[in-house]
Design a protein around this ligand. Structure first.
Ligand code: HEC
Length: 120
């Protein structure tokens, strides 16, 4: 394998990865809209932290694998409403999962200036 070929393939894979990451981010963005539209936040919180009084469990960090996510959406195991394919299609479901996987963890109390002042 010559040097040029190696560098070209490295370059190609870097380019491919950036395209893949950009696509993931777009999917996550669409997923965020769905998360808000379908009011998942009302039970699971806007950061997936879970709701009060057991409205819904924490779903981020450590989201369930996609298969379990899909199963829960289509045939929820207990109290969660069902989201059939007529409401959220398979492509949208993947976008929603991309969002759940990439949620931002909430900042700790040490990052909230007002709380820090109050603690002093
Ligand atoms: C009315 C409250 C409610 C709403 C709205 C809701 N959920 Fe849930 N969700 C729950 C409850 C309660 C559970 C626990 C399992 C059950 O009761 O079916 C759950 C479980 C889950 C789980 C599995 C968590 C685990 O650890 O097994 C995922 C993932 C999830 N919900 C995602 C979503 C998404 C995405 C939406 C929006 C499309 C949504 N939920 C809307 C209440 C809700």
């Amino acid at each position: 394998m010559n040097q040029t070929f190696v560098s070209l393939s490295v370059l190609a894979s870097v380019a491919f990865c950036s395209v893949a990451i950009a696509a993931d981010l777009e999917a996550a963005k669409r997923g965020e809209t769905l998360y808000m539209q379908h009011q998942c936040y009302s039970c699971h919180g806007t950061q997936g932290q879970g709701g009060e009084r057991n409205a819904g469990p924490k779903i981020f960090p450590n989201p369930t694998p996609y298969v379990a996510f899909e199963l829960q959406m289509r045939t929820p195991r207990n109290l969660m409403p069902r989201y059939p394919v007529q409401n959220i299609n398979d492509v949208q479901l993947k976008d929603l999962y991309a969002y759940v996987e990439n949620m931002k963890p909430s900042s700790g109390s040490s990052q909230i200036p007002l709380l820090n002042q109050a603690m002093r």
